[in-house]
Design a protein around this ligand. Structure first.
Ligand code: RUQ
Ligand code: CUA
Length: 652
């Protein structure tokens, strides 16, 4: 069936040579468009080595063949999520979350506007977000393919994406924080989605001068309760924990042995607040004085009980466990961690926690068993200025791995190996969890931030593929002006030696973290069924339109236009209103056939809907401009697509 089979799974150069030789004497069985002789010629002409060809054969995915994995990559300040197939590295989709996006009609109809409006903090319209860390929903510590959560660092928000239709369904935020970074991370059964703040502010959005930083600014860890049956976060069942004004960074949830705990890194335990032009050290140098910052160890299961018992205060509408309660109830502990840590990653067995120090050359491996014993024995090395017990560093760790300059994030495979991105040295380091020794390094082009392996943060990592998510691409691609794409590099980690397979430029956003899930875990729908479904609620829209029941009706609240779309016409195709009318457009795509998407756009009215099969959309607008305005279908849906059009007639 698959024409590439005879070349596939070429494990070594020798085997490749055999494959090529085989092709050479079997010209009649060579793929269409080549023959044996010119395969060699082709290599020569394109200046390809055997290793190149081998890499190509590992990624090349013929037409119609689907990818084995999906990557869900954060889109950085594009406010979107990118879905990429592996091993082909084909961009499959973007998912608009915090940013209006015309192709998806996101932010141009009432349903999706409502989602964006949920994220308007205190009524302030926000049209972008900075997506850093996507988290797939988990069951028993493995991705279950149902939901994706993404955080917005810039505005401290968390969004829920339903993987049935790859669409955003909810945005939540708490006024306890104004920026986040330790989010989103899910607990092993997705009971909670963890979001922790990055830059401390006065709790609840109060005012306090930066010189009052230590007294009045605070960090926060938010535990958003996920209601899986509803597919939504339940803010009223969620709770927060007050943290000292260190800058909390990445987080991870414990699993298996460490289930019930969360781990959050921090920097700036110096509590520097900047003031470079006010006689203070810059934040950069002020925050880099201490040799150790604090790994936060939080017993979230116990914290949930404490919150349930009502030992909280409500600030700005959110229940919060105050710092003193957290200390008294034994919910929060600190452990030293080397200089300016960044990534914190729990090993697949849940027994250890790996921390990468940006300004250190090591990864530090903490033992959860040791941490737990120290907590039980109340063996503290002291307290921080706020009274949080500090566990002795040396007694908490199993050891350190000498990684290289600037280790950041770590992922795992199925063979007991860890992979750490090394930013300054610009390599991916593979090391053995057992002996804490580096096995191999592979250069990244250039300056790898996050990396992602298949199932790489679950209890059952797959190994196989790893993507190095590089911040700089410099000389890798044809020049496109001063703003360069990021570079995703696909690496084969199944082979005895890591092999770079493919470079994928990302010229639509700056991804941070991503997660890679086996494609067979996802079961997306192909249409909204029955026709007339509201894509956000998943229910029939009360204003859905059935074929034959279309019409235009003037009511007290304005003109209601009930319209259907089906190849290749809108009914009605003339909308007559008077200038100043409020128009309520109700539009149902009657199609159920896969890929029979229509669009709906009206000239000069900034209206643009995407109507996937069966989808119903409502949009309200004021007919404030007199004249005749064409509307048309924006998706090339049929041979008569150009004829799928009509007129909005606005009488003066
Ligand atoms: S960050 S490159 Cu995850 Cu926001 Cu580390
Ligand atoms: Cu419908 Cu084009």
């Amino acid at each position: 069936m698959k024409p590439m089979h005879k070349y596939l799974v070429v494990a070594s150069g020798a085997a490749l040579a055999i494959a090529l030789a085989f092709a050479a004497c079997q010209p009649q069985s060579a793929p269409q468009g080549t023959n044996a002789a010119n395969l060699q010629d082709l290599m020569k002409a394109r200046n390809l080595t055997e290793e190149n060809v081998q890499a190509a054969l590992k990624t090349y995915t013929p037409t119609g063949v689907k990818d084995e994995y999906y990557i869900f990559a954060s889109g950085g300040h594009s406010g979107q999520v990118f879905v990429i197939g592996v091993p082909s590295m084909r961009l499959l989709r973007s998912i608009a979350v915090y940013t209006p996006e015309p192709w998806q009609g996101y932010g141009y109809g009432d349903q999706s506007n409502k989602i964006l409006e949920q994220g308007n903090r205190d009524g302030k319209s926000l049209t972008w977000g900075d997506v850093h860390h996507p988290a797939l929903s988990e069951t028993g510590g493995d991705y279950d393919g149902q939901y994706l959560f993404v955080g917005d660092k810039a505005n401290a928000r968390v969004a829920v994406v339903d993987l049935k239709d790859f669409a955003a369904k909810q945005i939540v935020y708490t006024n306890l924080m104004r920026s986040d970074h330790g989010g989103t991370f899910v607990t092993p059964n997705t009971d909670y989605i963890i979001e922790s703040s990055q830059y401390p502010v006065p709790l609840g959005g109060a005012y306090a001068d930066p010189t009052k930083y230590q007294e009045q600014y605070r960090g926060v860890a938010m535990f958003w309760k996920f209601d899986r049956a509803a597919g939504r976060i339940a803010p009223e069942e969620s709770f927060a924990m007050e943290l000292p004004p260190y800058m909390q960074d990445l987080a991870d949830a414990g699993k298996l042995d460490s289930d019930g705990y969360a781990f959050i890194n921090s920097f700036n335990t110096e509590m520097s607040h900047g003031g470079i032009s006010e006689g203070q050290p810059s934040l950069e140098s002020g925050a880099s004085q201490n040799d150790m910052d604090y790994l936060h160890v939080i017993n979230w299961k116990k914290a949930a009980e404490v919150a349930k018992a009502g030992k909280t205060e409500t600030i700005a509408g959110t229940r919060i466990i105050r710092l003193k309660t957290a200390i008294d109830e034994g919910l929060l502990y600190f452990i030293g961690e080397p200089k300016s840590p960044h990534g914190v990653d729990v090993t697949p067995d849940g027994k250890e926690i790996v921390v990468g120090g940006k300004l250190d050359t090591h990864c530090t491996v903490y033992s959860f068993e040791k941490i737990k014993a120290l907590i039980e024995q109340k063996k503290y090395a002291g307290n921080d200025p706020f009274g949080v017990p500090i566990l002795p560093y040396q007694d908490s760790i199993r050891g350190q791995v000498e990684i290289g300059l600037g280790p950041l994030h770590t992922q795992f495979d199925d063979k007991g190996n860890a992979y750490t991105s090394v930013f300054i040295e610009s390599v991916v380091a593979k090391w053995s969890l057992k002996d804490l020794k580096v096995i191999e390094k592979i250069p990244a082009q250039y300056n790898v931030g996050h990396l992602v392996a298949a199932g790489g943060d679950t209890v059952h990592p797959h190994g196989k593929y790893l993507v190095s998510m590089n911040k700089w691409s410099l000389d890798r691609f044809a020049p496109v002006g001063p703003l360069l794409p990021q570079n995703f590099q696909l690496i084969d980690i199944d082979a005895p030696k890591m092999q770079l397979l493919y470079d994928m430029p990302i010229g639509i956003g700056e991804p941070h973290y991503a997660q890679m899930i086996a494609a067979d875990k996802l079961h997306p729908i192909t249409a909204y069924t029955p026709a007339g479904t509201d894509a956000v609620t998943g229910k029939m829209d009360p204003d859905h339109v059935v074929g034959g029941k279309e019409g235009i009706e003037r009511r007290a609240d304005g003109v209601h236009v009930s319209m259907t779309a089906i190849r290749s016409h809108f009914t009605p195709d003339i909308i007559r209103v008077k200038r100043g009318d409020l128009v309520h457009l109700h539009l149902t795509n009657q199609e159920q056939a896969q890929d029979a998407t229509h669009g709906f756009a009206i000239s000069e009215y900034n209206i643009n809907l995407s109507l996937e099969p069966g989808k119903h959309e409502n949009v309200d607008f004021k007919a404030d401009r007199a004249g005749v305005f064409p509307f048309y279908c924006t998706e090339f849906c049929s041979a008569l697509h150009l004829e799928m059009a009509g007129y909005l007639v606005v009488e003066p």
